[in-house]
Write a protein that binds this ligand. Structure first.
Ligand code: GRF
Length: 221
């Protein structure tokens, strides 16, 4: 690996997570460089954010390819050409195929807006609300061959409140996403992360010792 970690970010949407990573790299919170931003969506706000930050960016539209394998090959080629050490999926709405995984073993991260393994897949904020869960949150994990199944690096928990709808819950979760993704990337950049089977070991990370209860226990009167 080169001395400064070289990151490639893949994003399909507005790119607020990308922005938190750009900001983290600029402030020195993340000791890494975003060398390329790729999107499958020509209208992705993420491409505009990369442009504003002066970062190389490119649309590789999946609709221009006959198969997922061909699309994956084009994305992998672009990432290899940019000499990327770590691939960061930030709201990337395409499934990563075997060719992609083989090119970057243990070097692809994703963020998911739920507390995995609960609610993998899409529209998960609404699913957590519909289920009546008391907590949801977000998860940064390594990517494996399944959908949102890879080893978990860090999670943040948020309460689900009585008046919540999909928008308010998504916003509460997103605020935490912008904190935990830069942290996970920084641990990786420091070489502090080790994967042991399903478990991710993070050197020097302090343990969390408090339990969360929601609604809180009633104090005896
Ligand atoms: C985030 O909620 C992320 O967890 C999910 O897609 C959303 C992307 O948001 N995978 P943004 O494009 O980073 O604003």
């Amino acid at each position: 690996m080169s001395s400064t970690l070289r990151i490639g970010v893949l994003a399909s949407g507005g790119g607020t997570n990308l922005q938190s990573i750009i900001d983290g790299c600029q402030s020195g919170q993340i000791s890494a460089k975003i060398v390329t931003v790729l999107s499958n969506n020509p209208d992705a706000g993420a491409l505009q954010r990369a442009c504003n930050a002066g970062i190389d960016h490119q649309c590789i539209n999946h609709r221009d390819f006959a198969s997922r394998d061909d699309f994956d090959s084009a994305v992998v080629t672009a990432l290899l050409e940019a000499n990327v050490d770590l691939v960061v999926l930030a709201g990337f709405m395409r499934i990563i195929g075997p060719r992609f995984l083989e090119a970057f073993p243990g070097r692809i991260m994703n963020i998911h807006p739920a507390l995995l393994p609960a609610f993998p897949g899409l529209h998960v904020q609404q699913k957590a609300l519909d289920y009546g869960a008391r907590f949801s949150g977000c998860t940064v994990h390594f990517v494996d061959g399944g959908v949102d199944t890879g080893p978990i690096i860090i999670q943040a928990v948020v309460p689900i409140l009585d008046g919540d709808d999909e928008g308010s819950l998504s916003a509460r979760i997103l605020e935490q996403e912008h904190k935990i993704y830069p942290q996970a990337i920084q641990w990786f950049a420091e070489g502090a992360i080790r994967i042991e089977g399903r478990r991710v070991i993070i050197e020097r990370a302090a343990p969390t010792t408090t339990a969360l209860i929601h609604p809180p226990l009633t104090e005896p009167s």
